[in-house]
Design a protein around this ligand. Structure first.
Ligand SMILES: [Zn+2]
Length: 321
């Protein structure tokens, strides 16, 4: 039997130890080369795009000759206004990409010896950066669609007499959400969060290109897709695959997201469900890529992504917690 990819040496090209041993100077160099890869590491003003600059060596800053803007290697990126030593961000990325089912903020806080809040926001910034790559993307060809429900758990009462039928809407929390995934066979995975599966139809129309073949299960709300796409159905009460139609690739995505929920995060519902779903889609789509390349891809995404509107200064703004 062929060796599984993750067991092969090709899957292990990054050593966390070597990242941990980096000096801040080496980390800054790595950031510079990743961020400005198109100019072979030459700094580009994030405000006006100018290449001419003065360098303030001791302060690790550049000043743009055209617009006088002062910037560092992380200015204008998702790590803008950073508080930690620069090496710790590379270290965090190296740890984060290694978790096949994700990496919890609590664990990351122990790995980096930072507060839980710091690790929580840092992990979400990394999720936002990789999720941004799928923004506005569409899928085509053979596309599987399916939904998976997350959150809204209602604990049964202790005494049998006090228990309610949790299948009835009145006894539910109203917080349960469905992740509907569109998964291109041998291609991209696009997840979205809705209140119900049938609410996903207009998004499906926008994200699946005309001329695609859709594979879906027997749920009646998918019937309308037949008028728009060549649609093949599989009745899961009879079989999971009839040799032609199946949604097994979509189920694989849900398997990873479900294991992430149960095994790593324990609770991923609510307002951040889309962030976790997007992260798992990224991990699923890159599952055959070495951890060294994943590390570079995530660092690249983070350094090309502007400061996060949602996560910059999150705890300073937050009144909920
Ligand atoms: Zn400038």
């Amino acid at each position: 039997m062929a060796q599984h990819f993750l067991l092969s040496s090709a899957a292990r090209t990054l050593s966390i130890a070597s990242v941990a041993r980096m000096s801040d100077e080496e980390a800054r160099e790595a950031f510079r080369l990743i961020r400005w890869s198109e100019t072979q590491g030459a700094p580009v003003c994030p405000r006006c795009g100018c290449l001419d600059h003065y360098a303030f060596k001791t302060r690790h800053l550049w000043k743009c000759k055209a617009c006088s803007h002062q910037f560092s290697v992380t200015s204008g990126t998702i790590f803008a206004s950073r508080k930690l030593p620069i090496r710790d961000y590379l270290f965090a990325i190296a740890i984060f990409v290694n978790g096949a089912k994700g990496h919890s903020a609590l664990q990351l806080s122990r790995d980096l010896d930072v507060q839980y809040k710091t690790a929580f926001v840092l992990a979400h910034k990394l999720r936002e950066a990789v999720a941004a790559e799928a923004k506005d993307k569409t899928v085509a060809g053979d596309v599987e669609i399916d939904g998976g429900y997350f959150g809204g758990y209602v604990k049964p009462a202790n005494l049998k007499d006090n228990r309610r039928d949790r299948r009835r809407i009145v006894n539910q929390s109203g917080k349960r959400r469905v992740v509907v995934v569109m998964r291109e066979r041998k291609g991209r995975t696009l997840p979205f969060v809705f209140k119900s599966e049938d609410a996903s139809l207009s998004t499906i129309g926008q994200r699946i290109q005309a001329g695609s073949t859709i594979f879906a299960d027997e749920a009646t709300h998918w019937d309308v897709l037949h008028s728009r796409y060549l649609t093949k159905r599989i009745n899961h009460s009879e079989a999971y695959s009839d040799g032609e139609a199946c949604t097994n690739m979509a189920e694989s995505f849900f398997s990873r997201l479900r294991r992430s929920e149960i095994g790593i995060h324990h609770h991923i519902a609510g307002p951040y469900l889309n962030a976790y779903a997007a992260e798992m889609a990224w991990r699923e789509d890159n599952r055959r890529i070495s951890n060294g390349l994943l590390y570079l891809a995530m660092a690249d995404a983070a350094l090309k992504h502007p400061a996060s509107r949602q996560w910059t200064g999150y705890w300073q703004r937050s009144t909920k917690q």
